[in-house]
Design a protein around this ligand. Structure first.
Ligand code: GUN
Ligand code: FE
Length: 448
């Protein structure tokens, strides 16, 4: 007797389970079972509960099954120049390389070509969810969302807003223009299932007070989240002080317009120089920090003291911040977060101890995942975002514990070690080329 469970909608994955319940508590279950029901985690078990013993099992014995990685901050429109032009600091980098590249997305032909490359690589990566910047162009950003929607990955994507302090060839001509395009953009995204819009003022210097005020109203009317940049670079912070004299901190320059979380979610990338006042404001407003260590090194921005943020109780996840970061791999982001935390401790403040393996694993999964709701762990009731990692090719002459295998995997693997990826219970990538039959027919899935 199957006690009324509809087994058609049950998936059972067998393998070595690793998932974070909090930053201090990572679970390791060798030869365990992950039961997924209706796209939701039913449970992670050492022994398969008796009601499931006659069901078919997807057997990943010897491989590591973990929650999908969350990229809380990435610029899809900059993927084209990843690995190039990192010889400048933020403001010069924007003016020399970034705005020029982003202006090309005025052409849909270019957007098609460039975004296809990003989306294909994202499918093959270990990322299951991402918060993504497009460009100021509505059509190109919708094209990106169309591509993303078909993959089954869950994403939030922003048409970028910029109406001041930007070059003539890459600026919106008024706050009203910017807002009008944004409202049209939001309306057109209603056709998408997996990708949703997010309000995206680029950063304070590129948005007038009028634009900020109006964007805040649009945000409220459509009940959307916000993503932007905060306290990344010292010159940038000085510039914000000059431009917004009424704000006592960079964070306040968003908050005074209602664009800094509170009763809705907001992500702020970087926060390298956030002081105690800004941290208190982030904590109070439930703002998420997207920690982007690769980018902060490449643009010589500095090191964000993540241990301090965690102590304050501020939400933190990881971001690749391509193309200031050169890779979309969140495995690389975990290593970078570990390494820069050691340098901060050694060189900046010896009271801020380095992050641990378990902590960076938490940041890359549950830390960022909670931005999307119940995402990022294998607790009952969470959405089943899962990656299966094969570490058998990373040879070792002695037996390793599962804890050691996680550590090695973080340092030594890359996204090519991924065997399969599931988002909300649907298989969206399989190294062998199989995907879920129950995904809708017209959805062409991008595979290797
Ligand atoms: N601040 C404003 N725009 C950007 C951007 O594109 N990348 C980074 N790293 N910081 C920014
Ligand atoms: Fe960024």
């Amino acid at each position: 007797m199957k006690r009324g469970i509809d087994m058609k909608n049950v998936k059972i994955l067998k393998g070595d389970l690793v998932y974070a319940l909090s930053k201090d508590n990572v679970m390791f279950i060798k030869d365990g079972y992950l039961v997924i029901k209706e796209h939701i985690i039913e449970g992670a078990y050492k022994d398969l509960p008796s009601e499931y013993v006659n069901e078919e099992i997807e057997d990943y014995t010897g491989r590591i099954i973990m929650p999908g990685m969350i990229d809380l901050h990435v610029h899809a429109s900059q993927y084209s120049f990843r690995g190039m032009g990192m010889d400048l600091e933020l403001l010069d980098w924007l003016n020399t390389y970034t705005f020029k590249e982003e202006s090309k997305y005025n052409s849909l032909d270019y957007a098609n070509k460039a975004y296809e490359i990003y989306v294909e690589d994202l499918v093959k990566s270990t990322t299951t969810r991402a918060c993504i910047f497009g460009t100021i162009h509505k059509e190109a950003t919708l094209r990106l969302m169309e591509m993303l929607d078909k993959t089954g990955l869950k994403t939030m994507v922003g048409k970028v807003n910029m109406d001041r302090e930007s070059p003539d060839y890459y600026i919106e001509h008024s706050a009203d223009d910017s807002v009008k395009e944004t409202i049209e953009f939001i309306k057109e995204t209603s056709r998408f299932e997996n990708t949703k819009p997010i309000i995206t003022p680029r950063f304070v210097p590129s948005c007038t007070d009028e634009l900020m005020e109006k964007l805040s109203r649009v945000r409220e009317e459509h009940n959307l989240s916000v993503q932007s940049h905060l306290s990344e670079n010292k010159k940038e912070i000085e510039w914000v002080k000059e431009l917004n004299r009424k704000a006592h901190s960079y964070g306040e320059a968003y908050d005074m317009f209602g664009l800094f979380g509170g009763d809705y979610k907001a992500i702020m990338a970087h926060c390298v120089y956030s002081d105690d006042e800004e941290l208190r404001r982030m904590k109070k407003n439930n703002v998420y920090v997207a920690h982007c260590p690769d980018s902060n090194v490449n643009l010589a921005s500095g090191i964000a003291p993540i241990r301090k943020f965690l102590k304050y109780g501020v939400n933190v996840g990881l971001g690749s911040d391509v193309a200031a970061g050169y890779s979309i791999s969140m495995f690389k982001a975990m290593v970078d977060a570990l390494q820069v935390s050691k340098l901060y401790w050694r060189l900046v403040d010896n009271s801020v101890s380095p992050l641990s393996i378990n902590e960076v694993f938490y940041l890359a999964t549950l830390g960022g995942g909670s931005f999307f709701g119940n995402v990022g762990t294998f607790k009952k009731g969470y959405e089943a975002d899962v990656i299966v990692m094969d570490d058998t090719s990373i040879k070792c002459p002695y037996d390793l514990t599962l804890e050691e295998r996680l550590e090695r995997l973080i340092y030594l693997s890359n996204d090519d070690n991924m065997v399969a990826k599931y988002v909300a219970g649907c298989k969206v990538y399989d190294a062998l080329g199989n995907v879920d039959e129950n995904r809708s027919e017209e959805k062409e899935i991008i595979l290797v």
